[in-house]
Design a binder for this molecule. Structure first.
Ligand code: ZN
Length: 367
């Protein structure tokens, strides 16, 4: 039985997101198979929201595509030209581990546009908060090339458009994907008015970024926070990192809007990450950010989908997050909740040491 929603939560999705192809070649030694980033897991998130009845409590939002001009706020003209050319042909690799098929540039414009639609709808008050279930993801895409399945920097582009067109000035981006949000970091590296906070598995991907000591550059020093956590971190480590680093940093920054790069690859069953979050823990983190947004910026919270490669577990993570945003529990049991009872879910000494170090480096009060 779905509880009526307490809040108007927008939900962005589009069938074309599932048409984006990512199959990759692995060389001559093994038969090609589907890439880790595939349509199935994302489609299941939407399908689960429909099957549980939760979708009836959400506000459907149709994405509007970004334009080339919107993309030029961050990406180079040469990169956009290359994407358009390859997309008009057979597709190809946009850079590093970013394979795509025909038509994917247009899908990527609609994906970034979906993130924009979520942010715009929150800022205009059409909804209280929103989740954009977009594909391809965006947080690894850099100025001049695609990386890690990401073609366009969805969140960075949408935030830049919102600042240019809707008068919002201070935006905090919290990235809970298991990988470092390097593209978002690059977009705002010297910008003091966009706070970027990435909580990720230490030294995962990209392998040369996400270090605790990289705090931004120029006027942006102090507005980029990396919180690398040791592999194996579970609910205890994430709650500690949120309580002691993420939330105090966002509070100190005083944003007008909070945007979340929402990857479910810190889930315990994810094939690419080595963290241990349960769907319930993702729901708790979402609830904490919702409360924080209510405290700081009138509840204005928009989430944009990133990674999450367990096609069976990620949908339940998505369900718990959508329940938290809307305040509409479905009562549907998570068949994978056993992971919340795995050993090592509580904060360990070495994880606490990593959080202590982040508190110190980022100049946050010890607690
Ligand atoms: Zn990821």
């Amino acid at each position: 039985m779905v509880t009526p929603a307490l809040r108007r939560t927008g939900f962005v999705c589009d069938d074309s997101y599932f048409a984006h192809r990512t199959d990759e070649g692995l060389g001559p030694w093994v038969a090609p198979g589907p890439a880790f980033e595939s349509a199935a897991g994302k489609r299941r998130i939407r399908d689960l929201a429909v099957a549980t009845g939760l979708m009836t409590q959400l506000v459907p939002l149709a994405p509007s595509p970004l334009t080339r001009e919107d993309c030029l706020r961050f990406h180079t003209a040469e990169y956009l030209d290359l994407l358009a050319e390859m997309s008009g042909g057979e597709g190809g690799n946009a850079g590093e581990e970013t394979w795509f098929g025909p038509g994917s540039f247009e899908i990527a414009l609609l994906s970034a546009g979906g993130t924009w639609t979520a942010i715009r709808s929150v800022l205009t008050g059409e909804v209280d908060n929103a989740y954009a279930l977009v594909r391809p993801p965006g947080h690894h895409a850099e100025r001049h090339w695609g990386r890690g399945y990401c073609l366009l920097a969805n969140i960075a582009l949408a935030v830049m458009k919102a600042r240019a067109e809707l008068g919002v000035e201070r935006v905090a981006v919290v990235d809970w994907d298991v990988h470092h949000g390097n593209g978002t970091e690059q977009a705002f590296h010297e910008d003091p008015d966009v706070l970027t906070v990435s909580v990720h598995q230490d030294m995962l991907y990209p392998r040369d970024s996400g270090f605790l000591t990289d705090r931004g550059a120029g006027r942006g020093v102090g507005a980029n926070l990396n919180v690398p956590l040791p592999a194996g971190s579970g609910r205890g480590a994430y709650l500690s990192a949120f309580e002691r680093v993420v939330e105090p940093a966002v509070r100190r920054f005083r944003p007008e809007l909070i945007v979340v790069a929402s990857g479910f690859d810190a889930g315990a069953l994810d094939p690419l990450g080595r963290m241990m979050l349960s769907a319930g823990a993702y729901g708790e983190l979402a609830d904490r950010l919702r409360v924080l947004a209510e405290e700081l910026c009138g509840g204005r919270l928009a989430m944009s989908h990133e990674g999450g490669y367990s096609e069976l577990h990620a949908p339940f993570c998505g369900l718990r997050v959508l329940e938290a945003l809307s305040g509409s529990p479905t009562g549907v049991e998570d068949p994978f909740d056993y992971v919340s009872r795995y050993g090592g879910q509580a904060l360990t000494a070495h994880q606490e040491a990593a959080v202590d170090e982040a508190v110190r480096v980022h100049g946050l009060a010890a607690s």
